[in-house]
Structures are given as structure tokens and as C-alpha cells.
Ligand binder design. Structure first.
Ligand SMILES: Cc1cc2nc3c(=O)[nH]c(=O)nc-3n(C[C@H](O)[C@H](O)[C@H](O)COP(=O)(O)OP(=O)(O)OC[C@H]3O[C@@H](n4cnc5c(N)ncnc54)[C@H](O)[C@@H]3O)c2cc1C
Length: 424
């Protein structure tokens, strides 16, 4: 699907034909005068359809037919609703060119399937000019408990109605409920393939919101991401790493979220998208407190981005009551960018010692411009660490223990990075 604009989802309707004549588009909602037609649209234009509904049906080469009440989507068998409602708006456009049978398969499908199909077709560049872009306010059905779209546009459409719960790996969501199934409505983003994986372009590394910890471990990333990879290997067990996502870890906003310190030292941003547009927040601004984020109603976290200017090597260390499957008592991430044997830039962060993991500016200042040698870790002063932290006392450790452990972990991380450099 194409992107969104200020007026709503920029839906792309697809065209299909038989006998070189008929092509059909299928969409719901906004008035047809909002439709923007591509260059190929030069033939008959008629409309009918169903407003505010997911049900639509096109019969190629004939007048578009409306779905009847109670009819089912021929693809997923979902119940089509509100068939025959007033204010019908659907377009039939005739095209002179043969397009493809792909769209023919959309006949009788619900809009979910139609939009999926459109996004498939959209990837075939030579068909682009057959597409019609429609500004429309697609509306999700009123009573869906679980929705797993294949495109971001559909997800945003669903998110816009509010009151739903976004689900990714569900490794935080499920433990948080006492019930056998998650209370809905649920918007499951794991079917959106464009949200999964790590890419690098335009000066940024982009971690899609459906990217799992295992994806991170397997990704080809520069040494600055080593701390993130090390954290990934310490998030639960392999089963959790296979399902749990980086974005889910951030959105859950636990003070003990292992993903936060490594991303803080990478100067990461969180990308948020809604039908109103896209915004990008520094991770430190996205996390506003214990289990609190800057996510607004209707917004989905679509990616975590890291500027490629975040260079050097990094290290993550975690202290728990045991080695694996444990909530961090303290964790630390350190990134050192070294040029000519000196620390050009130091980034240091500690988690589980404040409502939101914190950067340690005083420690970073002490390390900056210092020589990358055995004396470096000694520059990490307890007071410089403590000043940035406000640890609580709980069953895992008291505040003084956390202060001490935080300073020690930072020193060890610095020492490890020095040793790695010597070994390299
Ligand atoms: C046995 C076990 C061990 C664990 N060990 C660790 C550990 O060692 N360290 C650690 O940090 N965590 C740990 N966790 C917690 C969890 O696995 C991680 O936080 C994981 O990264 C969460 O990702 P998820 O995709 O499963 O999130 P989900 O459970 O799907 O979602 C978590 C929260 O984020 C929201 N959300 C998810 N994606 C988005 C999005 N794209 N946009 C907006 N909101 C979104 C959800 O609505 C929900 O509120 C553990 C969990 C379990 C069950």
C-alpha cells in the first residue's frame, strides 16, 4: 500500500478486467469526488457500494453488485456486515488494457483481502499507472475481536477506531492477563511483512516493529549494535526471543526492559504512525515512565531507527539472580567510538535503576577523549553513576546494592571493550 496522507488512508484500488474492457475497483467510505485517478483512467465511471462497511463486491464486466446482507467473504468467509446500507459508494472503472487475473480473485473478497491484493499488485511497478488512489475513510467492522492485517494501511485503519490492543509477540501481553485469551479487540501486527526485519538506508538503520529478538541476533549489523545483540540473547529463552519483538519491549515500558539501554546508547528513535501522519521521537522521549509511553490513540510503533552516526563498539551486561530467564536487577550498555586510540564519543546507559533506563552524562564526559587503555574503566566514578539513577528497593535488591552494581557493571563493560580492542 502507498502511504497515508492527512485526510486519511491513501488507499490504492486495483484494476482488473476481462475482455479488455472492464476493470474494477473496490473500496469503501469517502465520497467519490475525493478519488484521485491515475493516468490510465479515461473511461466510464460509475459508482455504487456500501458506505462505512467492509463489504463490497465487484462483478467484472457487469454493473458492480452489492453484497447482500448475511453474505460471506468468499475468501475468508467473514460475515459481511451492513450490506445494502444507504450512501453507497463504490466505483467501477473501465480500462482499455488487460491487467491481470490477480485482481479477479478479489471478487467476492472482503476489503481486507482486496487491500492485501492491492498491496501485492502494487509491488509490480509496471502496473502502477493502472491504480487509482482514493482518499477514503475506511472503517473497520464494528465487532471484530481479532484482526491480523497484512498491510500497514489496514492496521492504521483499525487502530484509528481506538480501544484496541496492539499485539506483536504477546510475550508481555499474555503474562499480563489472567485470562486464557487476550481481551480484545486485538490488532495483531505480525502479518505485516513490511514491519519485519532490519534495513539500512538514508543514513539510518531501521528495525521494523515486528522484528523479533532472534531477527536481531541474525541481522548483519555493525559493532555498535553488539550490545543490542547481547541483550537479545538474554531476553528470556530462545522461544521468547523467537516471538518477542524489540518494539514490544519498548512499548511495554518496563524499567527492566533489556532492550532499552542498548538502544539508548545507539541514540535510537521510535517511529510512530497513525492516519494523522508519522512522527519520530528520541527513545528517551518515547518512554515517559513506568509502563508509560508517548504513544497516542490511533498510533502504532512502526519502527525503531538508529542513525548510522552512532559508531564504535558496544557492550551489554545484565545482572540477575541467575544467568538466564531472569528479570534484570541492573543492566548496563556502553558504546565507545574510538579514533586513534582515544575515545571520540562515549555513550553509557543503565536500566532497572530508575523508572526509565537512563543515560549517564557525567560518566560519558569522564570517558570522552580519554585514552583507550587499561586505566579507562577507572574513570567511571560511583558518584557519576549514582547521580543519574533513582533505584527502588524490591525483592531483587535494595537501592544501595543497585547503585553499587550499576557502577560495577559500567566499569566491567568499559573494561571488556578495552580488552576487545586489544585483542582485535
Ligand atoms: C518467560 C519470559 C521471559 C522474559 N524475559 C525477558 C527478559 O529477560 N528481558 C526483557 O526485557 N523482557 C523479557 N520478557 C518480556 C518480553 O518477552 C519482552 O519485553 C518482549 O520484547 C516483548 O515483545 P512482544 O512482541 O512479545 O510484545 P507484546 O507482548 O506483543 O506487546 C507488549 C506491549 O507492547 C505493545 N505493542 C507491541 N507492539 C507494538 C507496536 N508496534 N505499536 C504499539 N504498541 C505495541 C502491546 O500493546 C503491549 O502493550 C520476558 C517474557 C517472558 C514471558
Amino acid at each position: 500500500m502507498r502511504g497515508t496522507d492527512a485526510t486519511g488512508i491513501g488507499g490504492l484500488a486495483c484494476l482488473s478486467q476481462r475482455d479488455h474492457a472492464a476493470a474494477a475497483i473496490c473500496s469503501i467510505g469517502g465520497p467519490l469526488d475525493q478519488a484521485i485517478f491515475g493516468q490510465a483512467v479515461d473511461h466510464d465511471f460509475r459508482c455504487c457500494g456500501i458506505h462505512g462497511d467492509l463489504a463490497a463486491k465487484v462483478i467484472l464486466g457487469e454493473r458492480p453488485a452489492l453484497v447482500q446482507a448475511g453474505e460471506r467473504c468468499e475468501l475468508c468467509r467473514c460475515q459481511l456486515r451492513n450490506a445494502g446500507a444507504e450512501n453507497r459508494q463504490m466505483a467501477l472503472v473501465r480500462f482499455p488494457h488487460q491487467v491481470s487475473d490477480l485482481a479477479v480473485q478479489a471478487i467476492g473478497g472482503c476489503v481486507h483481502h482486496l487491500l492485501t491484493l492491492v498491496s501485492m499488485i502494487d509491488s509490480i511497478a509496471r502496473w502502477r499507472h493502472y491504480f487509482i488512489r482514493i482518499r477514503t475513510n475506511l472503517k473497520a467492522p464494528a465487532q471484530v475481536d481479532y484482526f491480523r492485517p497484512n498491510s500497514l494501511a489496514e492496521a492504521l485503519m483499525f487502530a484509528e477506531r481506538g480501544g484496541m490492543r496492539i499485539a506483536a509477540g504477546c510475550t508481555d501481553l499474555f503474562p499480563a492477563t489472567q485470562q486464557q485469551r487476550l481481551p480484545g479487540p486485538i490488532l495483531d501486527i505480525t502479518g505485516i511483512q513490511t514491519l519485519r526485519g532490519v534495513s539500512h538506508d538514508a543514513g539510518n538503520y531501521t528495525i521494523g516493529a515486528a522484528t523479533t529478538w532472534t531477527d536481531i541476533v541474525r541481522a548483519n549489523l555493525p559493532p555498535a549494535f553488539d550490545a543490542l545483540k547481547q541483550a537479545a540473547l538474554e531476553v528470556g529463552a530462545v522461544q521468547i526471543q523467537n516471538s518477542g519483538t524489540v518494539a514490544g519491549n519498548l512499548c511495554n515500558a518496563s524499567p527492566a526492559a533489556d532492550g532499552v539501554p542498548p538502544l539508548l546508547v545507539l541514540d535510537a528513535f521510535v517511529e510512530l504512525q497513525s492516519n494523522r501522519g508519522v512522527r519520530s521521537l528520541p527513545l528517551g522521549d518515547f518512554l515517559t515512565g513506568v509502563r508509560q509511553t508517548a504513544l497516542q490513540p490511533g498510533e502504532i510503533v512502526t519502527a525503531v531507527t538508529v542513525p548510522e552516526t552512532a559508531g564504535g563498539r558496544s557492550k551489554f551486561l545484565k545482572l540477575g539472580a541467575r544467568k538466564h530467564l531472569v528479570i534484570s536487577i541492573v543492566m548496563a550498555a556502553v558504546r565507545l567510538d574510538v579514533v586513534d586510540g582515544r575515545v571520540r564519543e562515549a555513550a553509557v546507559s543503565v536500566g532497572s535503576c530508575s523508572p526509565v533506563a537512563a543515560r549517564l552524562p557525567a560518566v560519558e564526559a569522564a570517558l570522552a577523549n580519554a585514552e583507550m587503555d587499561d586505566a579507562l574503566a577507572g574513570l567511571v566514578q560511583d558518584a557519576d553513576v549514582s547521580v543519574a539513577l533513582t533505584p527502588i528497593a524490591d525483592i531483587r535488591g535494595d537501592a544501595d546494592y543497585r547503585y553499587d552494581a550499576a557502577a560495577e557493571l559500567v566499569r566491567r563493560a568499559v573494561r571488556d571493550l578495552v580488552d576487545e580492542r586489544v585483542a582485535a
